[in-house]
Ligand binder design. Structure first.
Ligand SMILES: Cc1cc2nc3c(=O)[nH]c(=O)nc-3n(C[C@H](O)[C@H](O)[C@H](O)COP(=O)(O)OP(=O)(O)OC[C@H]3O[C@@H](n4cnc5c(N)ncnc54)[C@H](O)[C@@H]3O)c2cc1C
Length: 359
C-alpha cells in the first residue's frame, strides 16, 4: 500500500505564501488582507455549519444590555464598515445592509440611563438622543425605543456563498475537510498535500478544538440557538431588540434569539432553547406567528472575551486566528490587519489578543 505522502508526491508541487483553513468571517478577512498585499494563498474549507453561517449577522458596536460601547469599538468600527462596503462593491453583492436597531426600553430608568450614555464621547454617534414612540400594534413597548445608529444586518448566507464562488473561480479554494495528519513542518515551510507555504493560518472557529496543534483549553465555546418564525402582522424593517433580537429575513420571516449555553456544543436544536426563546418573545411581541424552523451554532468564545491570534513557540509556522466570540463581524477586519502586521512586518501582537497569554 502506498503512503499518503507518496500519493501527493506524484502531483506537481504548488507554492504559495499561505494556506488558510476555514472560510468563516475570519477566513474571508484573511483572504482579503492577503490579496490587498499581493500575497498568494490556498484556502481549505469544508463548507460546514460554522458560526458565521449560523449567526444573526448583526453588526453592532454597542452593548445594549448596559448601554456601553463594545470592547475597542472605536478602532474596530471604521475599519469594519470600510471593509464590508468595499467587499460589497468588489463582489457586486449588497450583503451589508445598513439598518438601525430599535432597543425596547423597559422603564423610565432605562430611558434615563440611555440619555446619560448617549452623551458619552464613544457612544454619541451610535445612540440617538431622540426617543421613538411605538406605533406598531404588534410590539409591546410602552416606554418606546432607543435607536442605535451605525448598525447593519449582514446577509451571511449571501456573503459566504458569493465569496466561495469568487475563490473557486480564482482556483484558490480546496473544498474539503483539512487533514491535520498530512501537515509536514520544515524549517521555513509547511507542506500540506502538494501545497507548500510559509505558514498555515488556522481560522476554524469553534471547530479548532479538533485541531491537534491548537491549545484547546484556550477556547470555551458558547452554543447559540435561533427560532425562525413567520409573522405577517409584525411588519418590521429595522432590527428589534427586546430581551432577544428579532431579525427580519424578508417574506414576513424573522430570526429570533439567540440563546447562550455552555452545556452542549452540538449543533442539535434543543427544546429548552425553543421554550426560552418563545417565552421571551411573547414578552414583547403580541401578534400571531408560526414557528417554521430552529438553528444552532457555536460561538468561538474565550474566558477573557478577547481574540486568540498568533502561534505557539514550538510551531511558529502554524498560526491561529480565533476567539472572535459573539462580535466576529465587528472585529474580524481589523484583527486580520493586525495579524498581517505580525506575520509580514514583525509587529508584536497586542498582549490581550496574543494566544500566548493563555498558555
Ligand atoms: C447563534 C449565533 C449568533 C451569533 N450572532 C452574531 C451576531 O449577530 N453578530 C456578530 O458579530 N457575531 C455573532 N455571532 C458570532 C460570530 O458568528 C462569530 O464570532 C464568527 O462568525 C466566528 O467566525 P470564524 O470565521 O472565526 O469561525 P466560523 O464562522 O465557525 O468559520 C470556520 C470555518 O472553518 C471551517 N472548518 C473548521 N474546521 C475545518 C476543517 N478541519 N477543515 C475544513 N474546514 C474547517 C468551518 O466549517 C467554517 O466554515 C453569533 C454566533 C452564533 C453561534
Amino acid at each position: 500500500m502506498r503512503t499518503r505522502v507518496e500519493d501527493y508526491s506524484n502531483l506537481k508541487m504548488k507554492k504559495v505564501d499561505y494556506i488558510i483553513v476555514g472560510l468563516g468571517i475570519a477566513g474571508v478577512s484573511l483572504c482579503e488582507q492577503l490579496q490587498k498585499h499581493g500575497k498568494s494563498f490556498m484556502i481549505v474549507d469544508n463548507g460546514g455549519d460554522g458560526s458565521t453561517a449560523k449567526s444573526g449577522g448583526v453588526f453592532n458596536p454597542t452593548v445594549l444590555k448596559r448601554f456601553t460601547a463594545a470592547w475597542n469599538a472605536s478602532a474596530f468600527f471604521p475599519v469594519a464598515v470600510n471593509f464590508y462596503k468595499s467587499l460589497s462593491v468588489k463582489l457586486g453583492n449588497d450583503f451589508f445592509v445598513e439598518t438601525p436597531i430599535f432597543r425596547i426600553f423597559k422603564s423610565v430608568v432605562e430611558q434615563n440611563n440611555w440619555s446619560v450614555a448617549s452623551d458619552k464621547r464613544e457612544l454619541q454617534k451610535f445612540l440617538s438622543t431622540e426617543f421613538l414612540k411605538n406605533e406598531n400594534q404588534s410590539i409591546k413597548a410602552p416606554f418606546g425605543f432607543g435607536k442605535v445608529l451605525g448598525t447593519a444586518q449582514i446577509k451571511t448566507d449571501s456573503l459566504l456563498s458569493t465569496y466561495r464562488n469568487f475563490l473557486e473561480n480564482k482556483g484558490f479554494l480546496l473544498s474539503e475537510n483539512f487533514q491535520y495528519e498530512l501537515i509536514q513542518q520544515q524549517e521555513n515551510t509547511v507542506v500540506y498535500k502538494n501545497i507548500s507555504a510559509k505558514k498555515i493560518l488556522f481560522a476554524e472557529g469553534a471547530k479548532a478544538v479538533e485541531n491537534p496543534f491548537f491549545p484547546t483549553h484556550t477556547l470555551i465555546g458558547n452554543k447559540g440557538e435561533y427560532l425562525i418564525i413567520k409573522a405577517p402582522k409584525l411588519k418590521l424593517e429595522a432590527l428589534l431588540k427586546g430581551s432577544m433580537y428579532v431579525i427580519p429575513l424578508g417574506n414576513d420571516n424573522y430570526k429570533v434569539g439567540a440563546t447562550y449555553s455552555r452545556d452542549d456544543y452540538s449543533l442539535t436544536p434543543t427544546e429548552i432553547a425553543r421554550e426560552e426563546i418563545l417565552s421571551k418573545l411573547k414578552t414583547f411581541v403580541n401578534c400571531p406567528f408560526e414557528l417554521i424552523g430552529q438553528t444552532a451554532g457555536v460561538r468561538p468564545t474565550t474566558k477573557d472575551h478577547r481574540p486568540l491570534l498568533g502561534s505557539l513557540i514550538e510551531s511558529p509556522n502554524l498560526v491561529f486566528f480565533n476567539g472572535l466570540g459573539s462580535r466576529g463581524f465587528l472585529m474580524a477586519p481589523l484583527l486580520s490587519e493586525i495579524l498581517f502586521g505580525f506575520l509580514e512586518n514583525s509587529i508584536s501582537l497586542p498582549k490581550e489578543m496574543d494566544i500566548q497569554r493563555m498558555l
